[in-house]
Structure formats: structure tokens, C-alpha cells
Design a binder for this molecule. Structure first.
Ligand SMILES: [Zn+2]
Length: 111
């Protein structure tokens, strides 16, 4: 494992409050080298309820969602492993927070 593995710049794709907590590069992956990014929303972050827009706190789930960036020309396969997070809304309950890379227009597809 190369400790100096270069992580692609995803600052444009990853927005607050999502935070990269780890990254692992695998150069033996086929057909392209692969970078796994582990992201999560730190628990108790200020988030917006996706249903009613309330300001509320985030809580983390145990599961992991995996998304891969299949964008061509990057020479690398970017895999985002995100810990599921919920907005804990006092008015309407817990709602899963969407990753903006779930946007159909993004280059990511769910694995
Ligand atoms: Zn709400």
C-alpha cells in the first residue's frame, strides 16, 4: 500500500457536511486503479430536514452506501463508501440524507 497515494480532487463533488474520513487506493484493481473514499457526516452536525426544511441534527446509521464514479478519462475508478446518515427532525422524524452525487446528472452510479 502506497501511503502517498494521490487522491483525486473531489472537493467539487463532496460538499459539507460530508467529510472524507479515509481513503484507500488499490492499484491492482481491474480494469482501472481504484480509489475508495470513506465519507460520513459527523454525528450531530447541523443539517436540513429533507422533508420540511427544519434545521436539525444528524445521526448516523450502521449501513454503508457505495457509489462509483464511472467518469471516463480520469484514469481511475472512484468509489465513494458513505455511511448512511439521517436528519433527526423534531417535527417529522428521521429522514435519510441524500448524497448530492445521487443526482441523476452526476457521474456516479450506485453499486
Ligand atoms: Zn422535518
Amino acid at each position: 500500500m502506497d501511503g502517498d497515494a494521490k487522491v483525486p480532487d473531489v472537493s467539487g463533488s463532496l460538499m459539507k457536511p460530508w467529510k472524507v474520513v479515509d481513503s484507500i487506493r488499490c492499484d491492482d484493481a481491474r480494469p482501472l486503479p481504484e480509489v475508495n473514499l470513506y465519507v460520513e457526516i459527523p454525528e450531530d452536525s447541523d443539517v436540513e430536514c429533507p422533508v420540511c426544511g427544519n434545521r436539525c441534527k444528524s445521526i448516523n446509521g450502521a449501513e454503508e452506501d457505495i457509489w462509483a464514479d464511472m467518469a471516463k478519462g480520469r484514469g481511475i475508478r472512484l468509489v465513494v463508501r458513505s455511511r448512511v446518515a439521517f436528519a433527526s427532525c423534531p417535527d417529522c422524524g428521521n429522514h435519510k440524507l441524500q448524497f448530492h452525487w445521487e443526482d441523476p446528472e452526476s457521474d456516479f452510479t450506485e453499486c
